[in-house]
Design a protein around this ligand. Sequence first.
Ligand code: NDP
Length: 282
Amino acid sequence: MAHNFLVPLTGSFAMPAAENPTVAMIEAAYRALGLDWRYLNCEVAPEQLGAAVRGARAMGWRGFNCSIPHKVAVIEHLDGLGESARIIGAVNTIVRRGDALIGENTDGQGFVQALRAVADPAGKTALVFGAGGAARAVAVELALAGVTRIGIVNRGRERGAALAELVARHTPAEARHLPWDGSFRIPPDTDLVVHATSVGLFPDVDAMPAIDVSTLLPTMVVADGIHNPPLTRLLRTARERGCAVADGLGMLVNQGVIGIRHWTGLEADPAVMRAALLALEL
Ligand code: NDP
């Protein structure tokens, strides 16, 4: 009987890497799809990134993720960028197309795909809290998905204004920076409230972003980028106030679904991936 012991390789380059749970959800998805593929979680120091990418190229890896601190630095080692990765200026998913390595950014795409289970972003007015890597990806993808007005609420004015300008310049959406000085009051005509700062991330699970929650209305959808814990204090409060919510675990899972689609051409089951992450009791 003929055997094929050569399994297709994918993986992740990051530093630190040990706490990254992506491998658990991606390999669960591969198993559920009946694919004998591997996803290797690799710790790669910044000065070794070029060598790691050349290694992946030389070994015919089908693709890989890049996480902190490589999302911008990896670009110079690639052959091209997808549309939103070019606008965002950062890459988290690398796809092999023929001999070329193309950089995509699935952070915001995963967010939008998870959000669609709760609300269609087209024609909506959104507030995005934060202006870091996650907020940047989410704001650009919301705009590309048809959100018409985006307010960027960020503590640091320079970063907030720069993100608003980026969205306004490169997408059809209207965007402006709103200062975040005290407890932020959400304007009543807001449809989507997106929290994309790191406030409330494990272990600071009781931390709450400075938002006046009495201004959250049941007509609003509230989404949080934080995946650990999946149900943040902000989301619990929003739910109590009658808002529909979307959690950061959905964002993470859907990034994986999109990555697997890029690498294999197959549609992974988000429920299997979410269950694999929940089983880790993050
Ligand atoms: P960055 O370090 O790039 O940005 C952090 C952001 O949080 C900045 O806007 C910063 O504001 C803001 N911030 C930090 N502390 C406070 C505070 N006390 N009050 C107000 N604003 C604050 O981080 P990322 O954008 O990469 O990550 C942000 C969050 O998104 C993290 O919790 C991360 O886990 C999550 N994430 C989730 C993903 C998922 O798949 N679910 C994917 C990627 C990220 P300032 O500019 O003023 O410093």
